[in-house]
Structure formats: structure tokens, C-alpha cells
Design a binder for this molecule. Structure first.
Ligand code: 9YT
Length: 135
């Protein structure tokens, strides 16, 4: 059995990103934990706008804090995001995530196949466009 606390990952190599990038992700479970998926506690910082495309992974994201929106770049549709909302990128959907001003979005993300942790410097399609919260 694996038991882990978020606070024990903070400040370690399991915490990646940063305010300047607009996102911070804590890798709760990675490929080498052997579950067949990875689980991340990710924060999209206030005002951040991130274009992403996980071409090789399916991702489900459950919002537990904050407000923002997701734009589906294939359909052009934009969906409001708030606490207690899940979105699933079942078609490797290319998208833009935006966190509203005055808040951030905190989300639990599950990847299939699991992220290994080696993607840190070769993030599969997370391209920052604008980060109003950058210092
Ligand atoms: C919202 C989102 O895509 N989170 C993904 C986790 C993060 N990119 C990571 O841990 O690499």
C-alpha cells in the first residue's frame, strides 16, 4: 500500500512548474508506482492562460478549488470551470486552460498512460501563452 501526503511532496522533485510558468503540479503517483495511471494535484495560478495538448495521454481533471474556463481548440467551445467539475480529454483534445483573476484553480489530474516524471522539461504540450500572475 502506498500512503502519501501532499505536504511531503512540496519542495521535492515531485513538485514541478512554478508561479512564473502559471502552473504548479505535485505528482502524487507516477508511473513507477505501478498503478497504470498517474495522479497529480495541480494548481493553475491566478490569471494564467495555458495552451496544452497531451498528444499521447488521456487526462481527466477534477476541479476542487477556484474558477476558470477551458477552451476546446478543435470545436471552439469554451466551458466554465468551477469546483466540483470534471473534464476528460478523451480525444487528446487540444485546449486552453484559464484561471480567473482573484482565484486559482486546483485540480486532481489522472493520466493514462501514467506520466513518468521525465516529462518535466519536455512537457507534452503545455505552452504558456500569458501569465498575468508572473512576478
Ligand atoms: C491541468 C493539467 O494538465 N495538469 C497536468 C499535470 C502537470 N502538467 C504535470 O504534473 O506535469
Amino acid at each position: 500500500m502506498i500512503v502519501r501526503k501532499l505536504e511531503d511532496l512540496v519542495g521535492t522533485d515531485k513538485e514541478v512548474g512554478g508561479k512564473d510558468l502559471g502552473w504548479t503540479s505535485r505528482r502524487l503517483l507516477l508511473k513507477n508506482d505501478g498503478m497504470g495511471y498517474s495522479v497529480h494535484d495541480t494548481v493553475i495560478h491566478e490569471g494564467a492562460e495555458l495552451q496544452m495538448h497531451y498528444a499521447n495521454h488521456l487526462e481527466s481533471v477534477y476541479l476542487i478549488e477556484g474558477k476558470g474556463e477551458i477552451e476546446d481548440l478543435d470545436s471552439g467551445e469554451t466551458h466554465a470551470l468551477e469546483k466540483d467539475t470534471i473534464y476528460a480529454l478523451d480525444r487528446n483534445d487540444k485546449h486552453i486552460l484559464r484561471a480567473n483573476q482573484g482565484t486559482h484553480m486546483r485540480m486532481v489530474c489522472v493520466f493514462n498512460p501514467p506520466v513518468t516524471g521525465e516529462e518535466v522539461h519536455d512537457e507534452t504540450g503545455a505552452y504558456p501563452l500569458v501569465d498575468d500572475s508572473a512576478a
